[in-house]
Design a protein around this ligand. Structure first.
Ligand SMILES: CC(C)(COP(=O)(O)OP(=O)(O)OC[C@H]1O[C@@H](n2cnc3c(N)ncnc32)[C@H](O)[C@@H]1OP(=O)(O)O)[C@@H](O)C(=O)NCCC(=O)NCCS
Length: 167
C-alpha cells in the first residue's frame, strides 16, 4: 500500500467526507487491519441512521480511515475511529479526530464521550493530546484474547476545544 503522511504537501491529497453504503467494503478492510475484535458489516450498516456521524478519510480516493459518532441530545459518543494499520503513526488519526470533532460541533453537540481499552496507549495519548479527560472506568467492558479488558471513559467538553481550521 502507498505511503501517506500529513505534511503540508500531502494534506491536499486527503479528503474527509460522509460515508456511503458503497464505502462499507473499504471500511471493513480498515477495521480488519486495526482490531483483534472487528465490528461486523451489520454494525456498520446501522451507522447510517440519522443520529450518527459516519466519516471516511480518503487518500487519493482510497479509504484509509473512518470514524463513527452517535449524537444523543447534544452529547456525542465516539464509537469508533480507526486508521488502516499500514498508515498508522503518520498523523492521520489526529487529522480524522479533528474532523470528527468539527462535525460534532457543527451538529451542536456540547461534549464527546468515548471508551478506550486500558492497554491502548496510542489512542489514550491521542485523546489526551486533544484535551479529553479521563472520567471513569467500565470494568470488563471489552472482550480480550484472555478474558475481558476494562475500558477507560474519556470526555471532551467542546466549549473548551479549539478547532484546528488548517486541517
Ligand atoms: C488510535 C489510532 C486511530 C491513532 O491514529 P494514528 O494515525 O496511528 O495516530 P497519529 O499518527 O495521528 O498520532 C496520534 C497520537 O497518537 C500517539 N501515537 C501515535 N503512534 C504512537 C505509537 N506508536 N506509540 C505511542 N503513541 C503513539 C501520539 O500521541 C500521537 O500524537 P503525536 O504524534 O502528536 O505525539 C490508530 O492507531 C488506530 O486506528 N488504531 C487501531 C484502532 C483503535 O485503537 N482505535 C481507537 C479505539 S478507542
Amino acid at each position: 500500500m502507498e505511503t501517506v503522511t500529513t505534511t503540508q504537501d500531502d494534506v491536499s491529497t486527503l479528503e474527509v467526507r460522509a460515508a456511503t453504503l458503497e464505502d462499507i467494503l473499504g471500511v471493513l478492510e480498515v477495521e480488519g487491519s486495526g482490531y483483534d475484535f472487528p465490528w461486523s458489516e451489520g454494525v456498520f450498516n446501522d451507522c447510517f441512521k440519522d443520529n450518527y456521524i459516519f466519516l471516511v478519510l480518503c487518500h487519493q480516493g482510497h479509504i484509509v480511515g473512518y470514524s463513527v459518532l452517535s449524537d444523543i441530545v447534544g452529547e456525542a459518543h465516539l464509537l469508533n475511529i480507526c486508521i488502516h494499520k499500514a498508515h498508522q503513526g503518520k498523523g492521520l488519526g489526529k487529522y480524522l479526530l479533528n474532523a470528527a470533532i468539527k462535525a460534532a460541533l457543527s451538529k451542536g453537540c456540547d461534549s464527546i464521550l468515548l471508551e478506550v481499552r486500558v492497554s491502548n496507549q496510542t489512542a489514550k495519548l491521542m485523546y489526551e493530546s486533544f484535551g479529553f479527560s479521563m472520567i471513569g472506568c467500565r470494568k470488563n467492558y471489552y472482550p480480550a484474547k484472555e478474558g475481558r479488558e476494562d475500558a477507560l471513559m474519556y470526555q471532551l467538553l467542546l466549549s473548551d476545544f479549539l478547532v484546528d481550521e488548517t486541517v
